[in-house]
Design a protein around this ligand. Structure first.
Ligand SMILES: O=C(O)[C@H](O)[C@@H](O)[C@H](O)[C@H](O)COP(=O)(O)O
Length: 254
């Protein structure tokens, strides 16, 4: 399993580079398999990546009809609410590509049939299991994108939360420090089923979390690892103070 830190000059370059990397990775994967499973998250840089994917001429080279799209977390608000991560993803990308609607798997909304977040979490877990294949509870996400909060959270798993020890694939979050407070999130075991996890991080306010997570400091962001590859894709500002050789990580300068 490779662990790599790749640093880009600024947030704009980072978003464009991650978009190019994602398109190429998905094209390569679809050359070897019938379908791909992509897991999206919310947040500014995550959404900026999706917008850059949509703007890339290479976007049309990807057979979107074979891409299953999941979410690693979602705000538990009514469907279509601007706070929804799937609303941001649809506006940035999914509404602009010929995706197969049957392969788009938004998390349940607060105004849906499961008005209780725990019930909604169970329903999404069932949807994941149905697509997972034998002996699995979630698909082996080919690429799972994550943003990282200033506090080192990923998806909607926050530092100190008892949900970090959850084993169910999907958890209901009631007291998220980042508004809105009620959310759904994949658990750490579900996140770590991914073949590749890409943590995309920009801004000086994230530098401390990056250093601590990469250094093994116990933050949620430091507890995710792809089964085949873990990439930290960050800009210079978020790399502030990062040792040029972080133990156990390779980087272009190493
Ligand atoms: O629902 C959310 O808000 C995201 O899932 C969350 O995990 C986000 O990715 C990070 O908070 C980083 O967000 P920024 O990139 O906007 O700082």
């Amino acid at each position: 399993m490779t662990r790599q830190i790749i640093i880009h000059p600024d947030a704009g370059t980072l978003a464009a580079a991650v978009a190019a990397r994602l398109i190429t990775r998905l094209i390569d994967m679809l050359a070897a398999q019938a379908e791909a499973h992509l897991a999206l998250t919310g947040g500014r840089i995550g959404t900026a990546v999706l917008a850059q994917v949509a703007d890339s001429p290479a976007c049309r080279a990807l057979d979107w009809s074979r891409v299953n799209v999941w979410w690693s977390d979602e705000r538990f608000v009514p469907a279509g609410h601007p706070d929804r991560n799937d609303a941001a993803a649809h506006a940035a990308l999914l509404g602009k590509v010929p995706a197969d609607p049957r392969r788009l798997h938004p998390m349940p909304a607060a105004d849906g049939p499961q008005s209780d977040p725990h019930e909604a979490a169970r329903r999404y877990a069932a949807e994941l299991a149905a697509a997972a294949g034998p002996h699995r509870s979630v698909p082996a996400f080919d690429v799972l994108l994550l943003g990282v909060g200033e506090d080192g959270h990923v998806a909607s798993l926050f530092p100190g939360s008892p949900l970090l020890a959850a084993t169910d694939p999907v958890v209901a979050v009631r007291d998220a420090p980042k508004p809105p407070p009620t959310r759904l999130s994949l658990s750490l075991p579900a996140l770590n089923e991914a073949r590749e996890i890409w943590l995309v991080v920009a801004g000086p306010e994230k530098a401390a979390a990056v250093r601590q997570a990469v250094g093994g400091g116990g933050l949620p962001a430091g507890q995710v690892a792809g089964r085949e590859r873990t990439l930290w894709l960050i800009d210079e500002a978020a790399a502030t103070g990062l040792a040029s050789r972080s133990p156990g990580w390779t980087s272009p300068t190493s």
